[in-house]
Design a protein around this ligand. Sequence first.
Ligand SMILES: [Zn+2]
Length: 95
Amino acid sequence: MTDAISVNFCIELRDKLAIELTELKNMLYFKNEEIKQLQNLIEKKETTMTELKTNIINNCDHEWETDFIDSLEGYKLSVPIRYCIKCELNDATHS
Ligand SMILES: [Zn+2]
């Protein structure tokens, strides 16, 4: 009697776990699909941003300024950098 209950309990538990595992796999699949969609959206927005930046730079009446940025924290050496105060184009992004 006890053995029968124990066997039935094990079968019931196994079935419940199998259902839960299937549900978790489905949930994981949908989450992965959601991530893919969001990655595509980010990619599209990045492309739009790049196009906008290029457009701004190409149509900017540049106003150049030279500034100095610290090469390393704690060091007094500074690196000169020329940039446009309107569109932020600089020697590094320009080359
Ligand atoms: Zn500019």
